[in-house]
Design a protein. Sequence first.
Lengths: 253, 264
Amino acid sequence: MNLVVTDLVQRFPVRADRSRPAGTATVLDRLSFTTGEIGALVLVGPSGGGKSTLLRILAGLDLPTAGTVCFDGEVLPRDEEALRRYRRTVGTVFQAYNLFPHLTAMDNLLLPLVHVHGLSDRDARERVREPLERFRLAEHAHKRPAELSGGQKQRIAILRALVVRPRRLFFDEPTSALDPEMRAEVLEMIGEVRAEGAQFVLVTHEMAFARRVADEIAFIADGTVLAAGLAKEFFEQPTEPRVRSFLQLTMAT
Amino acid sequence: MPFVRLPGWPDAPRGTLSAMSRWLAHLIVATLFAGGIALAFSRVDYEWNWAAVWDYRQKFFQGWLVTVAISLAALVTSTLVGSLAAVMLRSGNALLEAAARIYVEVIRGTPLLVQLLIGFYVVATAVGLGNRYVAGVLLLSLFSGAYMAEIFRGGLDAIPKAQLDSARAIGLTGRQSLRLVVLPQAVRLVLPAVAGQLVSLVKDSSLLSVIAISEFTLAAQEVNSFTYSTLESYLPLAVGYLLLTLPLSALARWLEHHFRYETA
């Protein structure tokens, strides 16, 4: 994929509270960057810097206040119905609460296939059978989300995004709500998905994983891109001082 | 030390009562209660005359059937009214929201007795609705629907935003999200409260006697005026309502237990 982000601005109305009057918060401030033809883009940076806000715009979930996003030469539309059609062609996995708690894991997988992509129930079951086996989730297919571990839930959520055969995936801190050992199983699955050729944009704080999986990295802080480029250069020769200190802190372990 | 069961609190009372001890406890309390009532009755100098009331058993039974029928009809219509009002409360249209809010607050803030009298003798008469049974069911449904509306609205509000994000992310339309994601979860959340509201509905139908609907309570009132046997007329009334409300209460508790799952 090739991504061109131009002058992206995202402002949210802020309610008045004891510490400040009502107004607007600028979360993305004329953010621009361009990638080459890549498979995996990883967004890193401090919390509250705008990574997730950017990802939600890229995934077609939020409209930016201003600016454009262009994937492979196609500019993201600005009306909700066209954006919904766009969302059908991509997959998104959030930090938590992806699955619908009233449905079993299997029904969570079938729902988009049947109701969004028009597959028959039989075809949909056939479509998910092999991936469930491959990712060792078949034995959990009949369970409700409440009966699954956090790692299993995230893996089912990734599978749900995957089985619709999306053009690309978006991961919004998919391991941040998990225990360390569950992080490993989810990251491993994302690694496998990458190895199979899936393209994605990933927001994460797992710097070692970012280094392993990313083709390009964008470091986002204060609503702008402080550094962007090939992962190798980003990690080995960081020039931007804030990136250097961030890497020192997060890679120290 | 907390004096109620708090899960995981070490020195709180434990909730490990066996089925046997529960039954026994219910039996003991029910016996004590019945004994107390019996004692109270024995203290008042009252001449029982069950024979006179027994002659009117047919009338009681017919009244009871009318109460069952009215409750069932009002159950359905009040659910419809409540759903409509709940949708209006969250419609985003200022006029609709104001209308629904005023409806809910006026109904919940005034006695059903007043609503029935004005609703039947003024409004129903003005619009030419002469059938007191139809009017009665409608008025009762409007009353119960206001409570249902707040229950349903609460159910809608309880669905986390993350669920809607997920629904949008997989490409569902707004209507699909409502039908496939929001409603199935909201219905499970509100079922116990709705069952509880139905118990109230059954009892509230007793007030329909004021607009001369021949339901269970009016039957008892009439038998009382024929026989001058007040207690013999009203005791069967209590039993007749319990026959309807106890199973509903049991259903409410079963639903609460059965449909509870963690929203994880």
